[in-house]
Write a new protein. Structure first.
Length: 298
């Protein structure tokens, strides 16, 4: 709800009763909107509302960077509430502090309209975020974008057109290791951990073909018969009762083991203490000497 579209007294009354919450100057969100999402999802929804408000308030601006990523529905790992836009003119000293303006030259083919809002294309968004963010959040976002249909070749073309501006070296590393086979941030973090540890690059979505069916593992090294499965809470709560999901997963893992694969389950705590996971993997198979990848530590 934009203040310019409603009587001032009406909005003041709604705010007094808690019917709306203020997102930014001149923009409000109906409080009932947050009732429709789990508590952990509320901050993302608030930021989405803040982004929508800026897009409506600055009609000539183009959503960019993490704000464009949010608008495309990509996982954005950042604590910043700033809304990123590209504008054709410089901001004045009185400009809102919650808007981060970028003076960039956007080629016409790098801008599109998505859900009624002017925004950088999926590929341009990936590149801009890869130059802005650290490797882990940038890779999570790039993996998700590729999974959603972004063209990696186009991303590389866009990055090449930017020259040697700040962040492009890190962005090249992100695009080199991006993989649309990752289906969750946890899977991306797992892959990044083993890459940083110098293990060979794992394959994503590894097929395990059995007589009656084919199972797909999150990632692994099929030539070494080692698979990694990231265990997020949603895996056991997304479809039906958790107990049924755990039982089905047990049968699945037993079938994969009978096919000659060793399955290593990875949890969030394993990612925090990554050295233990890497040591466990090296006990299972001969991965060869470590391959240094210092570009992934940025």
């Amino acid at each position: 709800m934009l203040a310019r579209e409603h009587p001032k007294a009406h909005l003041a009354a709604l705010e007094r009763t808690g019917a709306v919450m203020r997102l930014r100057r001149g923009a409000y969100l109906p409080a009932t909107t947050l009732d429709t999402v789990p508590e952990h999802a509320a901050p993302r929804l608030e930021q989405l509302g803040r982004t929508a408000a800026v897009a409506r308030q600055l009609e000539r601006a183009t959503l960019s960077h993490t704000s464009a990523a949010l608008w495309w529905g990509l996982p954005v790992v950042t604590s910043s509430q700033a809304v990123h836009v590209v504008q054709p003119h410089r901001a004045s000293s009185r400009s809102a502090k919650d808007i981060r303006r970028h003076s960039l030259e956007l080629a016409p083919e790098h801008v599109t309209e998505h859900h009624g809002v002017r925004v950088t294309t999926l590929e341009r968004t990936v590149v801009d975020c890869a130059t802005l963010l650290r490797v882990e959040p940038a890779l999570i976002l790039a993996d998700a974008a590729l999974h959603a249909g972004a063209d990696l070749a186009v991303c590389r073309e866009i990055l090449g057109s930017l020259g040697s501006r700040r962040g492009t070296a890190r962005a090249r590393a992100v695009l080199e290791h991006a993989d649309g086979g990752a289906e969750s941030p946890g899977e991306t973090r797992t892959r990044l951990l083993v890459l940083r540890a110098g293990l060979p690059a794992p394959v994503t979505q590894v097929p395990v073909t059995l007589p009656a069916t084919t199972y797909w593992a999150d990632l692994g090294w099929p030539e070494l018969r080692v698979l990694l499965e990231y265990d997020g809470v949603s895996k056991y709560t997304a479809n039906g009762a958790a107990a049924d999901a755990v039982l089905a997963e047990k049968y699945r893992e037993e079938a994969i083991a009978r096919a000659g694969f060793r399955v290593v389950r990875v949890t969030r705590s394993d990612l925090r203490a990554g050295g233990h996971l890497v040591a466990r993997l090296r006990r299972l198979a001969d991965f060869g000497p470590a391959v240094p990848r210092p570009e992934l530590n940025a």
